[in-house]
Design a binder for this molecule. Structure first.
Ligand code: ADP
Ligand code: ASP
Ligand code: MG
Length: 436
């Protein structure tokens, strides 16, 4: 039995949290490889070290003095080192990082140092080797993970170490410079390490007792999910359930390694199991609800569009020409709606509209902004009838107007669009109707 353990920022925000993590690792000697994040928030108004580093990068890039900002970051680490009573110092590392940031400020390098430094402390604390992620995780020219090279080199390196600490969030770019994943990317590192190590379990330790049916910042005390499939989780994390980075599924999914989300502050809780497939009886018809705000819809009408060969392709071309990715595309006989992210779309909207006119000569094109999308996800929906109507009734009972509906062909999810301002109330209404 071999487990990979990844600890999130709040699990490593202070010496006190580090001690909990140490106890968790020591409690089970199959927890052999540790992937730490950078220190996160110690309290609500605190700043994550990664955000402090991004700020230092900006200061350095502006050619200003970074002494004070670097000292504030170093104080965060020194507090941890002292609290753990380690005979260990990061002075040399800080000197080097500072010199590098002044000589050549690089944003990914700066951001990645949070994990790098925390990994050094973790390795010293546990007394195990430190493996720099830039030596074992590689990106390709497109900036995506180079799976083949990473797997090969990382597996060989892990085979040399019975135990090790591998910092999360970064690797080496094709240009030979440090490159990070997107925010929250230590989850991805954990998954990559789990696959390379052929682990039995990938434990992802955070500050909640697993995946909850919905965001606890919207619904008070939502119930937990015991089992969720990779596919369901992918839908939910893509739609904003931020517990696990949306890309963290891929490496372990291929290898069939289950992920167990657990709470560093309540290690005895079972947490959530993310698995390929399960026969476990479900508590509810739906597995989870997640959503995101700030989408736009482009509503196109043209009589008999469904009889016009190539119509959809040409509409999509208008978006492609403007390098805008499409989120959803529900359509009717004479109508088609294209849902896009507002931030990608807004400064190109007129260019897209004119391209649509040029390509398909529609009767009308209407744009609406301020749309929120909510995904109701569940493997149980396939075998339960009336799920969609239950969602609609719940919303209409609260006077919430549904602007768009898209039922995924997988029968795994229903996506509904509501106004941004109805977002929280819509999620509450759906939660209340399915979960009692
Ligand atoms: P870490 O720093 O450990 O990686 P994150 O902050 O990335 O932790 O993820 C955990 C947080 O995700 C929780 O504290 C919670 O606020 C938030 N969250 C959002 N949606 C959900 C959900 N469906 N279930 C549980 N937590 C959720
Ligand atoms: N420290 C990085 C972030 O804040 C990565 C992570 O926590 O997973 O985004
Ligand atoms: Mg996270």
């Amino acid at each position: 039995m071999k487990k990979i353990v990844k600890f999130g920022g709040s699990s490593l925000a202070s010496a006190e949290q580090f001690k909990k993590v140490g106890a968790i690792i020591k409690a089970d000697d199959t927890r052999v490889y540790v992937v730490p994040s950078a220190p996160g928030k110690r309290f609500k108004e605190d700043t994550k070290v990664t955000d402090m580093l991004l700020h230092v990068y900006q200061t350095a890039a502006d050619g200003k003095n970074i002494d004070n900002e670097m000292a504030a970051i170093k104080a965060r680490y020194d507090e941890i080192i002292e609290g753990l009573e380690l005979d260990f110092s990061l002075d040399a590392e800080f000197e080097e990082i500072k010199a590098n940031l002044i000589a050549e400020p690089e944003v990914d390098y700066a951001a990645s140092r949070g994990e790098f430094l925390n990994g050094k402390i973790m390795a010293a604390y546990l007394g195990v080797p430190f493996i720099d992620a830039a030596e074992v995780i590689f990106f390709n020219e497109e900036g995506a993970l180079n799976t083949y090279k990473t797997d090969k080199i990382l597996a060989a390196r892990l085979a040399e170490c019975e135990r090790a600490v591998i910092p999360g969030f970064y690797g080496l770019g094709k240009n030979g410079k440090v490159k990070t994943f997107s925010r929250g990317g230590s989850d991805v590192t954990g998954s990559i390490v789990a696959r390379a190590a052929k682990a039995d379990v990938y434990e992802n330790w955070t500050d909640v007792s697993g995946f909850l049916i919905t965001d606890p910042r919207i619904v008070d005390n939502p119930k937990g999910i015991r089992y969720i499939t990779y596919r369901e989780l992918r839908e939910l994390s893509y739609m904003g359930a931020s517990v696990l980075h949306e890309d963290a599924i891929f490496p372990v999914r291929k290898a069939g390694i289950p992920i167990n989300i657990k709470n560093t502050n309540k290690p005895e809780d079972e947490g959530t199991w993310i698995v390929e497939s399960t026969g476990q009886k479900q508590d509810y018809v739906i597995t989870g609800i997640a959503g995101k705000k700030d989408f736009c819809t482009v509503f196109i009408t043209k009589a008999m569009m469904n009889a016009e060969i190539g119509f959809c392709r040409k509409v999509l071309q208008a978006f492609e020409e403007n390098e805008i990715s499409i989120e959803h595309m529900p359509s009717g006989i004479d109508t088609m709606t294209v849902v896009v992210h507002a931030d990608e779309f807004m400064n190109k909207e007129q260019s897209v509209v004119s391209a649509i006119h040029r390509l398909v000569e529609p009767d009308s094109v209407e744009i609406e902004s301020g749309l929120a999308l909510i995904a109701v996800v569940g493997r149980g929906m396939k075998s339960a009838s009336g799920t969609a109507s239950k969602v609609f009734t719940a919303l209409s009972n609260k006077g919430i107007n549904i602007r768009m509906i898209d039922q995924g062909s997988s029968e795994l999810n229903i996506i509904i669009g509501v106004k941004n301002s109805d977002f929280d109330n819509a999620i509450k209404a759906i939660y209340d109707t399915f979960i009692s």
